[in-house]
Design a protein around this ligand. Structure first.
Ligand code: ADP
Ligand code: MG
Length: 419
């Protein structure tokens, strides 16, 4: 039952002894890096606004690896992409602001180069001292990056003695700086990639039960693979956000102007059927907050799902649904959450996401393992001040979903095996 009294509740049993190693690749711990030139693929694909880094989460996530390499006297050459420049130089996607922020975070200079693999770059690298940090220019300015061109990969590799992949968010892409370069250098993992894979693998391979998945956000199509995989693995699924309306429609309800993916209706029906066959408790909202438009000014109200007025759209889960969902959360020992429950960016439609994320935080405090994936879910946690109250926030969107689907990441496959 949901504890309304605020009285202390018994903790869940402590986690079982650490499961066997869930990460079978060599890491920076397993290789000599002293005085070596180390090329590190990071994912600094951060949002910029007016020439400044707007959110430095992804830079922060790579600091443990960068700091470790510097402490161990490596020469650190960082390479990342930013945005989608399609193999051409785009001055708006240069990395100067990223270098500046990184330098503040390291409290140490970062040498930003304006090229990726030219003679000037080679010369700058040859002048490096142990502990120095270079940031190469946006690797996607080079046409060979996306095509995984071996000639380009070789040029990148020639800059260094060792390759480290710490770009978890890009590791589902077989690009030159992620995969190709590993053909020419000893290649190991950084700490971020290791932590991401370990956490995500743990929940699919050895979840403590009940295992609950909470899925929202705006698109079913992005998440079909994961939902189908989860049907074999989880005990319950809670749905919300824009995606639940495709399920409501699949059940024959009228959903007004709510978000829907008509081409996914059959899939949604199939998912509902499979969930029943497999004994997965699949929750769909029983009430919804509706409004005539997505705006903070317009009237909004709670209605049961069979009474969504024509011309109105569902923008959050309703209070009855929140109560039910909170109760399910208080029983879970493993929780994966991806996708906000409503348009949390607007106050009138934020309650579902607030209450659900608070319930997850509380259950984490009681001993559950909670993992959150997805950029907007992470933004919601930050907005509500809860980002430190969950067990792990994954920095990768597509990459985390792939891991949860049980698919291999090319950027991880390319690394040296531990045993
Ligand atoms: P994540 O980035 O965490 O994977 P998504 O990108 O799938 O999440 O979805 C996040 C977006 O979904 C948010 O911007 C939110 O406003 C939107 N959203 C949530 N609920 C609804 C809804 N009922 N109707 C339309 N959009 C919604
Ligand atoms: Mg998103």
């Amino acid at each position: 039952m949901v504890d309304e009294s605020g009285s202390p509740e018994p903790l869940l049993e402590p986690p079982e002894a650490e499961e066997e190693n869930l990460f079978n690749k060599k890491t920076v711990r397993d290789i000599d890096i002293n005085n070596k030139r180390v090329l590190v693929r990071v994912d600094f694909n951060v949002p910029l606004s007016q020439g400044r880094v707007e959110d430095d989460t992804r830079i922060r996530a790579a600091l443990p690896t960068i700091n470790y390499l510097r402490r161990h006297q490596a020469k650190v050459i960082l390479v990342t992409h930013l945005g989608r420049p399609k193999g051409r130089i785009d001055d708006r996607l240069r990395l100067d602001a990223v270098a500046e922020r990184l330098s503040e975070m390291l409290d140490s200079p970062v040498i930003k180069l304006d090229k990726t693999v030219t003679d000037e770059v080679t010369a700058a690298v040859s002048r490096m001292l142990p502990g120095d940090v270079i940031l190469l220019e946006n690797v996607r300015f080079n046409p060979g990056e996306l095509t995984n061109d071996p000639v380009f990969a070789r040029k990148l590799a020639d800059l260094a003695d060792v390759f480290v992949n710490d770009a978890f968010g890009t590791s589902h892409r077989a690009h030159a700086s992620v995969v190709g370069v590993a053909n020419y250098l000893p290649a190991v993992s950084g700490f971020l990639l290791e932590a991401e894979i370990t956490h995500l693998t743990k929940i699919i391979q050895a979840p403590r039960r009940p295992f609950l998945a909470i899925l929202g956000g705006n698109k079913i199509s992005d998440k079909i693979g994961v939902i189908e995989r989860f049907l074999d693995n989880v005990d319950s699924i809670l749905t919300g956000g824009g995606m639940c309306f495709t399920f409501l429609k699949a059940k024959g309800l009228s959903i007004g102007k709510s978000l829907v993916e008509i081409e996914q209706l059959e899939t949604a029906k199939n998912i509902l059927k499979k969930a029943e066959e497999k004994g997965v408790s699949f929750y769909i909202p029983s009430d919804i907050i509706v409004a005539e438009e997505i705006s903070g000014e317009t009237e909004s109200k709670a209605v049961t799902v069979d009474k969504i007025p024509d011309g109105w759209m569902g923008l959050d889960i309703g209070p009855r649904t929140i109560d039910v969902y909170r109760q399910v959360i208080t029983r879970a020992k493993t929780i994966f959450w991806n996708g906000p429950m409503g348009v949390f960016e607007i106050k009138n439609f934020a309650q579902g996401t607030i209450q659900i994320s608070e319930a997850i935080a509380k259950q984490t405090q009681r001993g559950a393992l909670s993992i959150v994936g997805g950029g907007d879910s992470d933004a919601a946690l930050k907005k509500f001040g809860l980002e430190d109250e969950v067990s792990f926030v994954s920095t990768g969107g597509g990459a985390s979903l792939r891991v949860l689907e049980g698919l291999a990441l090319p950027g991880m496959e390319a690394l040296a095996d531990k045993f």
